[in-house]
Design a protein. Structure first.
Length: 461
């Protein structure tokens, strides 16, 4: 690992103030590797290393650092206004926006003062978009062509602005008002004759995002159209900038993390786990734990309602954990599958009936499988150890039929609840696995004891 191999050497160069050698030592490594090294250093050492980086490498390294390290670095570099100004002006607009949006408003205003007028205008415009909109991820570093230009003129434009562009794989064509009218792949320009016009290469088919689009929906657009970059336009169709796949990967990672945390029965964390204050961590977990605890109290209420049946046939109580856990597991499985399918666009609200039909069939089969296993287990234990009394066969039937009903109900509940929440505009991940399990626990007991009352009436009951 770079951070382990170079750390003693780096510290020696810092101690001896050999900053030119320090720059040469780090210049051969990838920005992400240098960022990993800086993360492991103390704040003062990190600032010294960063200050020694070349003007080209520095901004690239900064973009790979976690937010907390970026903030600490900017604070350490506050006295070096020239270096800080150069850094804030050179990092890409989307990464700068991601950094600034996490800071207090007073700090944002202070740092905006380090920007050139043009960069400040861009930063303020991007920060003006809604927090989770695609506008926050836009970079204005792209190349735009006019349709009347020849291919030769287009290449002059690319050579002029290509070094500062986020990508030149796709070139955009705009009209005289800056409205996006097409996109052209660089290979088409390379293979075209120099005297051909840009218009002759256009097919008038392009995909664009709007600045107001939700970031999560934008991820689905990248996935659906298999793009590495997409243009972003405003309400008038004017090309505002582009969004690249690396930003979408970050969004997808954040959304997946949020969903997983909610599936675990907790509120989503706003910061990484290790950076979240202990009180905040407890607060976000306690809310759902209290809700789930109150929900589980209904289980005790349900058992109290069937107290007479339990007193007459104590053997029924032995299988309560088996029944409710099977239903909860089935519901958790279904909820997890549907929530993920909704997140990646495999399932939509219009598919609710197809989902219900599949869960009816799969839940029935799964219930039959578990019911058969339960029946076999009771039969073997009754034959081998004489357990469950003279009416063990009826008990086995009660458990088996209950498992079919509970597993079926769990699958239906777990699959339909996310769709219902989606329909009313709530986050489907809120129907987390523990929440579904709590719901199915209560109804599972009702199914179990109702089945027992029907089958064992006149014998044990």
């Amino acid at each position: 690992m770079l951070d382990q191999l170079l750390k003693p050497e780096i510290r020696e160069l810092i101690f001896s103030e050999k900053y030119d050698e320090l720059q040469e030592a780090l210049e051969v490594f990838e920005p992400a590797e240098v960022a990993a090294l800086i993360e492991d250093l103390a704040e003062e050492e990190a600032a010294t290393v960063f200050a020694a980086l070349s003007p080209t490498l520095g901004p690239q390294v900064f973009e790979h650092l976690p937010h907390k390290d970026q903030s600490a670095l900017v604070e350490e570099l506050a006295d070096d206004t020239e270096l800080l100004s150069g850094l804030l002006n050179d990092i890409s607009p989307d990464d700068r926006t991601a950094f600034l949006e996490e800071l207090p408003p007073s700090a944002v205003q202070q740092l905006l003062g380090f920007l050139d007028p043009e960069e400040r205008e861009i930063a303020e415009r991007l920060l003006g978009y809604a927090e989770d909109s695609i506008g926050r991820l836009v970079t204005t570093d792209y190349i735009a062509l006019q349709p009347e230009w020849t291919v030769e003129e287009a290449f002059r434009q690319i050579r002029r602005f290509g070094r500062d562009s986020e990508t030149i794989n796709v070139i955009y064509v705009v009209d005289e008002y800056g409205r996006l009218i097409d996109d052209i792949r660089i290979r088409d320009l390379i293979l075209a004759e120099p005297e051909q016009t840009v218009r002759s290469l256009m097919d008038n088919r392009f995909i664009a995002l709007r600045v107001t689009d939700d970031q999560e929906e934008a991820v689905n657009s990248f996935r659906r159209y298999d793009r590495a970059v997409l243009p972003v336009v405003d309400a008038a169709g004017t090309l505002v900038g582009i969004v690249t796949h690396d930003d979408m990967l970050d969004v997808a990672d954040e959304e997946a993390t949020e969903d997983i945390q909610k599936l675990g029965g907790s509120e989503a964390l706003d910061e990484p786990y290790m950076s979240t204050p202990l009180f905040t961590l407890v607060k976000k977990r306690a809310r759902w734990l209290v809700v789930l605890f109150l929900g589980e109290m209904l289980t005790a209420t349900a058992m109290g309602y069937f107290e007479t049946e339990i007193a007459r046939a104590v053997v029924l109580a032995m299988f309560v954990p088996l029944i409710i856990s099977s239903g909860g597991n089935s519901g958790s499985q279904a909820a997890s599958l549907i929530i993920r399918a909704l997140a990646i666009g495999e399932v939509g609200l219009r598919d609710w009936w197809r989902v219900m039909r599949r869960e009816l069939l799969s839940g029935l089969w799964l219930g039959v499988i578990l019911g058969a296993v339960g029946f076999l287990r009771i039969t073997i234990w009754a034959a081998a150890f004489g357990m469950y009394g003279p009416h063990w066969l009826l008990v086995a039937f009660v458990v088996s039929l209950s498992l079919v009903g509970v597993v079926l109900w769990g699958g239906l509940s777990g699959s339909m609840l996310p769709l219902l929440l989606k329909r009313i505009g709530a986050d489907p991940a809120v129907s987390s696995a523990p929440f579904v399990a709590t719901l199915v626990d209560v109804t599972g007991l009702i199914i179990y004891f109702t089945m027992a009352s029907a089958v064992l009436s006149g014998t044990l009951l």
